[in-house]
Design a protein around this ligand. Sequence first.
Ligand code: DSN
Length: 425
Amino acid sequence: MKKDNNKKKHENHTLNKDTDTEVRKIIERELARQKSQLVLIASENFASEEVVKTMGSVLTNKYAEGYPGNRYYGGCEHIDEIEELAINRANKLFGSNYSNVQPHSGVQANTAIFLAVLNPYDKVLSMNLRDGGHLSHGHAQNLSGKYFEIHTYSVDPETEQIDYENVRKLAKRVQPKLMIAGASSYSRIIDFNKFREIADEVGAYLMADIAHIAGLIASDCHPTSVGVADFTTATTHKTIRGPRGGLILADKKYSGLINKSVFPGIQGGPLMHVIAAKAVAFREAMENSFKEYGRRIIENSRAMCSFLKDEGFRIVSGGTDNHLFLIDLTELGMTGMEAQNVLSSVGIILNKNVIPYDKLNPDLTSGIRIGTPAVTTQGMGTEEMYKIGELISYTLKNRANKTKLDGAHKKVKELVSNFPVYTDI
Ligand code: DSN
């Protein structure tokens, strides 16, 4: 008996399999949720099974502070290969000559650029959060808002689109050291060339945050910022459809500055299992089918948007050029929060969102944001977009009628069951 106990004590830890049923069951429930609901969150997607499995690899075990060929740990020969592969693929995909694949997230990528070129109290000109900007572009509670002097540009109150002349005027007045072009809830093409002209006129660095539209740029469905902006930051899990993570692209003249900022500036050991999954996603995004994917994301977004417009919903800026659009719910007498909750109750998952000049706070909001990257990955097309538009309209207009909501939920389940994901996981 005693002997058996000793044997157990020395059992190889790596042989323990599937013993944490508590965690496993939660993951199973989350998988079931993802398979049974309609994902319209503009920043979410379904990474391929290969991307998901690569993230679950033994690369998670390896410390690799530093960069390929110059690490602070031994045993990095294969890790170097992986990171070099990810870097080369990112450069090929985006046409850049330098990339850093280590940022853990888009916010980390942005923060690394701030650390690379700014000093505390330097001036930054970025898009107002309420008009489509991002928390890491200067929100008061974010490091960007605490350490730098933030000035923001708004969209034009009539067109609800960026007014480049107004950006120019502001830039001339503020004289920022860094200008940021990029957004997380803006449905129109961003003219990076115009931002470049303005940045040059005032001698500012230009950072393009393409977190949302990276996949559209990679598929030639949106003009690129690479070679235009000094720095391009991105996430790898939204329209690029890879693992959750960040990315920086720039000219190689900035390589030393940016590498130092990422490590040791703001991060320690890179997440090599995630970097390997980024490499997988970049290869996938180089396939011809990805160009078609980008085109279909936008086609679907436009189809659902115009359907809902015809149903009487007010669309911010009147339409969309990309993967997302915003609905202003003010005339319906409901908040974004209420809309998010009732749509969620029928299995339609999206997020409340502030709209330009919103009078409500970000916890309530006057709008919702709708995105098509995930449903397009599932293989849905314009016909399904009309059906989803109809379900959204029906749900919001009958939000107090439990029987009708039950009917909508049934239809959502039927629709999703025709477009299965993760059949092999
Ligand atoms: N949270 C992301 C989004 O939903 O747009 C941005 O960080």
